[in-house]
Design a protein around this ligand. Structure first.
Ligand SMILES: Cc1ncc(COP(=O)(O)O)c(C=O)c1O
Length: 469
């Protein structure tokens, strides 16, 4: 429930505007318009500092899986902070919650993925996964296996290495020098069914995307390719769901050429697709490495992890390791307080059968989103379980995109916020990935507000002479 604390919005807004450099924000807009001050939260709702209540449509940043306001999470965090808040994870040190969480994650992952390396978030998990892959190849005598294959529209993080692996070209800053295909990072075309060439069936499109991977490996030479990294659903690219069979077939290609398959489950793990990890139960694959973060603690503490198969780990660890060191790690790798939050999060998810709940309400959520198809700006509604996206288009027949500068997503979000819903707005996409505890009634409310926001946006565009749809 909301507290009685009174916030001085103007003061907070001014301090933030003048002193806080925001992540992924337009520097001019933040300085001129400031930010929304989100002060309190409970269940699927947040309140701004003026007391306005809104449904958190994106669950923070795809992470508040168990919902806000969980007293037992706060207690678990406080208890561990009191008992032993931190100790170095380096040089053969660990803590009870870190060891317990490692074992628990190994129990939840598919196949022989049993070796957990903890990080501080998703970017550091992906970055560390690549470094592990390189170490593995060098150690096993494949010193040229260095090249990384990723896909356009993917998002894998914000370190220098992971930002270069990302394939969302609209996110690229003209002021950075990224690692490119001239170096060792390559991007395949996006497995984006809605944007496939006219007249191409879904099956043909899948064949093409699988062939893209094989052709790229052959072009580079299998002896030079270290890994392929893929989100099961390209989340930040606009919830792009690859065609059926794509995951299994791309994994087979990787196996054929001894290319390591990294499944980036930073968004999809911990229930969003109805399972702790989506790879095996949803896509029938057991990758070599899985990366996760976000839902691992439901955002209550920062924590990430990569989970490595015994097949890979066994080749570089133990007696044959001959004093070799995995020269990678963070002060806060496996932070005890974050690990305690991770354990409590999993306990709550298991006790309340949250994955089962997602499997039950997920189809309803998608069905309600599909009810928006009668709005002329809706090009495609897509997603899976509690991961949805509405792609807006200027012309439904030709699938022509709205011009980026019209800021369609942010316009819709602005209307929705006034009516009590935060949408994740970017470009011409409306992404919704609510806390996993959402009920069918709350889904109805969320979709009703989204519909009103889209209707208001269409009216604005027509009135301003920017659209005649
Ligand atoms: C698939 C995927 N990988 C990695 C990351 C990076 O995670 P973080 O922001 O915790 O560093 C994200 C973040 O959204 C993500 O969506």
């Amino acid at each position: 429930m909301r507290s009685n604390i009174k916030y001085d919005t103007k003061d907070l807004w001014t301090k933030d505007k003048e002193h806080v450099l925001h992540a992924w924000s337009n520097l001019q807009t933040v300085r001129e318009k400031g930010s929304l001050v989100v002060a309190e939260a409970d269940g699927i709702y947040v309140w701004d500092s003026d007391g306005n209540k809104m449904i958190d449509g994106p669950a923070g940043m795809w992470c508040i899986n168990i919902g806000y306001g969980r007293g037992e999470m706060a207690d678990a965090i406080a208890e561990q902070a009191r008992r032993m808040p931190y100790f170095s994870p380096f040089h053969q040190m660990t803590s009870p919650p870190t060891a317990e969480l490692g074992a628990k994650i190994a129990e939840l992952t598919p196949g022989d993925l049993n070796e957990v390396f903890f990080t501080t978030g998703g970017s550091t998990a992906v970055d560390s996964a690549i470094r592990f892959v390189w170490s593995y190849h060098r150690y096993t005598g494949n010193k040229n296996k260095k090249h990384i294959i990723s896909r356009l529209d993917s998002y894998h993080g914000s370190t220098y290495l992971t930002a270069s692996i990302c394939g969302k070209m609209t996110d690229r800053s003209p002021y950075f020098d990224y690692i490119t295909d001239k170096d060792f990072i390559h991007h395949l075309p996006s497995p984006y069914p809605y944007r496939r060439p006219e007249g191409t069936s879904l099956e043909e499109f899948c064949d093409e995307k699988v062939a893209d991977l094989e052709n790229k490996i052959l072009e580079l030479g299998p002896e030079n390719v270290a890994c392929f990294i893929a989100e099961p659903i390209l989340a930040s690219g606009g919830v792009i769901v690859p065609p059926p069979g794509y995951h299994k077939r791309t994994l087979e290609i990787c196996r054929k050429y001894d290319v390591i398959y990294i499944s980036d489950e930073v968004v999809t793990a911990f229930g969003r697709l109805g399972h702790f990890f989506a790879s095996e139960p949803v896509y029938d694959i057991v990758p070599d490495i899985i990366t996760c973060a976000k839902g691992l603690t439901s955002g209550y503490m920062p924590l990430g992890a990569l989970i490595i198969s015994e097949r890979l780990f066994g080749a570089v660890a133990g007696a044959q390791a001959k004093d070799s060191v995995f020269a990678n790690g963070f002060t806060y790798s496996g932070h005890p307080v974050a690990a305690a939050a991770g354990l409590k999060n999993i306990e709550i998810m298991e006790r309340e059968k949250i994955c089962e709940h997602v499997r039950e309400v997920g189809p309803y959520f998608m069905e309600r989103l599909e009810s928006l198809y009668d709005l002329p700006m809706v090009g495609e509604v897509r997603g899976s379980h509690l991961m949805g996206c509405v792609e807006c288009v200027a012309n439904r027949k030709t699938k022509e995109r709205f011009k980026l500068e019209l800021g369609i997503g942010p316009r819709i979000d602005m209307h929705c916020q006034k009516n009590g819903l935060i949408v994740r707005p970017f470009e011409h996409f409306c992404v919704l990935s609510p806390p996993l505890v959402i009920t069918k009634e709350e889904i109805d409310e969320m979709v009703r507000i989204l519909r009103e926001g889209m209707e208001a946006t269409m009216n604005d565009l027509r009135r301003e002479g920017l659209w005649d749809g």
